[in-house]
Design a protein around this ligand. Structure first.
Ligand code: ATP
Length: 618
């Protein structure tokens, strides 16, 4: 479990501020200029507001003419109107720029998630880092956007502080000191309470995650059937309410800290103002000031004290935002386990031969007590098709993840034509594989784009061939929009939902379109009916000739098309050979095959007649 109090931040407040300025300089320079202009105009407004009443009052005291009085009044009103108008304009104008910077950071986060070394995605600490980083870009009030407002307030109040200090030091330095010291005291108290409230931040994030999770699952279409059938409504509601009530308790505690800090502030202000104003009154009486003079100093004192407090409060806010920016940078700068651009480059060439060897390979999942593989030695020869079979949990998918370079072995190595794959740019290595995995990744866009994966220009003829081979053609012909039909209903109202088998065919078409030199299929036909499965495996057999192809399938009919079958049990290859070899061996493979073949009876309708036929005998 993560510690509540964050460890020493990697970057200081100054470094994070510089980071934000550099980012704005690269992405949107106007954000910096507008922030400085807002600061300048805010100082002007504040000074105008300070001087307007004392100067007008002074005109009355000096019995100035009505013309002079009105002249001053109009001057102030015009100045105030133009600066405030300018301020309003700039504040609206800066929003888009700030949003742009935040959106740029969101895209950086998303890219890191999409491209990070695969094991990171299974690492809880990395995922937690992502959650924390996300917090700093989530809304308009998040650190990376609000930073500019805070920075502007700090600079603005610093100028106000200097101007007022100059004004007050002319009057009496004790007064300036008194205001300064009391403001600093109240700041430190505030700071302590803020820190206590901040401590609940990680617990808050965790509870928010839980609440969002339940809410999302409740709205997720793929859960809709189970929720109804298993009557999960009340159960989900109960989980949500428990999390919500914990969240409420936490918020109440947090608010109580803020309340205590605010009450202390009010008390301290009261005492300070009492002392300071009494002293000011004493000075004004002993030195026979004009009312306008008294008013000017009175306003200057409250402005000065407010200025100091604002600087300190905004510095404390900046510190808080800096911690958030730290989380963001920490995540973006998380070291990669694999080599990417720094690795040797590779080009996917479908005419080249590729051989993959596993040497002394052991693999243990992080936190697992038992190794999934221990000292495994295997070679997948160029051009052969290999079937990996075995019972649930034997390690088939893990093996494929290691071969494809998603997981690195804990010990031993994976060699590509004799060279450790760790030396290559991992992104280039991925180009060598076409794959269909158990979990589908359909993007809600057109059928064609799902197959061609953003390739530009699209090779229409190749796409059509792949559709034909994957057996999607009859389905597409029935759709009025054909290949341009949109998939899914989350984004497009007119999108269509595909059946499990149709999605599997779509994934096959996508894998074929990629035309990579090696093919990996992890349960590629699980959602297909036996006739379609048989048909597809026959096609694979022709398609993969000359290419290394690795199949994982629980349907043992598929193994007959393969040059070699590996039967895996508890991370070890216990039987190996052709289908015929293993049948002759009379071992576990044969036993499994016989259990299955009983069910492989199909009814094939030929010319209107229904015939019984066993696929396994075909
Ligand atoms: N991310 C993970 N973290 C920890 N253990 C895992 C992880 N993924 C898989 N395992 C474990 O590793 C073992 C092998 O799993 P794997 O998915 O490779 O088996 P499989 O042969 O593909 O199973 P199936 O036929 O059910 O798909 C199992 O005991 C599984 O619980």
């Amino acid at each position: 479990m993560r510690k509540e109090d964050p460890i020493k931040p990697r970057y200081t407040m100054k470094e994070n501020s510089r980071y934000m300025f550099q980012l704005a300089w690269q992405q949107r320079k106007s954000v910096i200029f507008i922030m400085l202009s807002i600061t300048f105009l805010s100082v002007i407004v504040q000074l105008l507001e300070l001087f307007i009443t004392p100067i007008l009052l002074q005109q009355i005291e000096m019995k100035a003419s009505l013309y002079t009085f009105i002249k001053w009044l109009i001057l102030f009103v015009l100045l105030l109107m133009s600066t405030k108008g300018g301020l309003a304009y700039l504040k609206t104008n800066t929003l888009l720029g700030r949003l742009n910077i935040r959106i740029y950071l969101i895209s950086q986060l998303s890219q890191k998630m999409q491209q990070t070394s695969y094991p990171n995605l299974e690492d809880t600490r990395f995922l937690e880092k992502y959650e924390s980083a996300n917090y700093s870009v989530m809304t308009n009030g998040s650190a990376t956007e609000i930073f500019w407002e805070t920075m502007s307030k700090i600079i603005q109040n610093f100028f106000i502080f200097v101007i007022y200090l100059f004004l007050l030091s002319h009057l009496d330095i004790t007064l300036a000191l008194l205001v300064g010291v009391t403001a600093v005291c109240s700041f430190f108290y505030h700071q302590r309470k803020n820190k206590q409230a901040q401590l609940s931040r990680f617990a808050e994030e965790k509870l928010m995650k839980e609440l969002n999770y339940i809410q999302q699952k409740g709205e997720d279409f793929s859960y809709a059937k189970d929720i109804r059938l298993f009557q999960q409504k009340n159960w989900l509601k109960e989980i949500y309410q428990t999390a919500f009530s914990n969240y409420q308790k936490l918020m109440l505690k947090k608010e109580s800290y803020y309340l205590q800090a605010n009450l202390a502030d009010i008390g301290l202000n009261f005492v300070r103002n009492g002392i300071v104003y009494a002293y000011l009154l004493y000075l004004s009486m002993s030195q026979s000031w004009l009312v306008s003079e008294f008013l000017l100093y009175f306003l200057a004192i409250s402005g000065f004290s407010q200025g100091i407090q604002m600087i300190l409060t905004e510095m404390s806010n900046l510190n808080k935002y800096s911690l958030d920016i730290n989380h963001l940078r920490d995540f973006l700068e998380t070291e990669e386990l694999f080599l990417f651009e720094e690795g040797k480059s590779l080009t996917a060439d479908k005419h080249q031969s590729y051989e993959i060897s596993l040497r002394g390979l052991s693999f243990t999942y992080p936190g697992a007590k038992k190794a999934t593989f221990e000292d495994l030695n295997l070679t997948f020869h160029a051009g052969e098709s290999v079937a990996i079979v075995g019972l649930n949990g034997a390690g088939k998918t893990t093996l494929v993840k290691i071969i494809c370079g998603f997981l690195d072995p804990t010990h031993g190595e994976v060699l590509l034509n004799g060279i450790n794959i760790k030396e290559y740019n991992r992104r280039d290595y991925y180009r060598l594989f076409s794959a269909v995995f158990q979990q589908f990744s359909v993007i809600e866009t057109t059928i064609l784009e799902n197959i061609t994966q953003g390739e530009n220009p699209i090779q229409f003829e190749k796409a059509k061939d792949c559709i034909q081979l994957a057996g999607l053609q009859p389905m597409i012909e029935r759709l009025p929009q054909g290949l341009s039909t949109l998939l899914g209903k989350k984004v497009y109202e007119k999108g269509i939902e595909l059946s499990g088998g149709q999605i599997q065919r779509l994934m096959l078409a996508r894998a074929l379109y990629k035309e990579a030199p090696m093919l990996v299929l992890d349960e590629p036909t699980a959602a297909l009916d036996p006739i379609a499965e048989n048909d597809i495996y026959q096609k694979y057999h022709q398609l993969t000739k000359g290419h290394l192809a690795i199949f994982i399938s629980h349907r043992l009919a598929s193994t007959r098309f393969c040059d070699r079958v590996l039967y895996i049990e508890e991370g070890k290859v216990i039987e190996e050979g052709t289908h015929e070899d293993l049948m002759q061996k009379n071992g576990k493979y044969k036993a499994l095959f016989e259990v299955q073949s009983k069910y492989y009876q199909e009814e094939v309708e030929v010319d209107g007649e229904v015939k019984n036929e066993s696929i396994t005998d075909a």
